[in-house]
Ligand binder design. Structure first.
Ligand SMILES: [Zn+2]
Length: 74
């Protein structure tokens, strides 16, 4: 269970997005938090490394360039 408490806006306070163009390739990092937390997960490289569970910075163990597949059925 996360120790972090996040606030959100009301739905009508978010900006409206008509369409989004996703990149063809993106760097994904596998990040590891401290031993006392134990959280691990994938993050987009270059974005925040703050752990959702404890709020401390996670360590990027490995980074790979990934090619996105656009599936029109999803
Ligand atoms: Zn953590």
């Amino acid at each position: 269970m996360s120790k972090m408490r996040f606030e959100s806006y009301e739905l009508n306070e978010y900006t409206e997005v008509e369409s989004v163009k996703f990149p063809e390739k993106i760097y994904i990092a596998y990040a590891d938090c401290g031993k006392s937390c134990g959280y691990r997960g994938f993050i987009v490289d270059g974005q925040t490394q703050v752990c959702d569970y404890c709020g401390k910075l996670m360590f990027r163990t490995e980074v790979k360039k990934c090619k996105l597949i656009h599936d029109e059925n999803e």
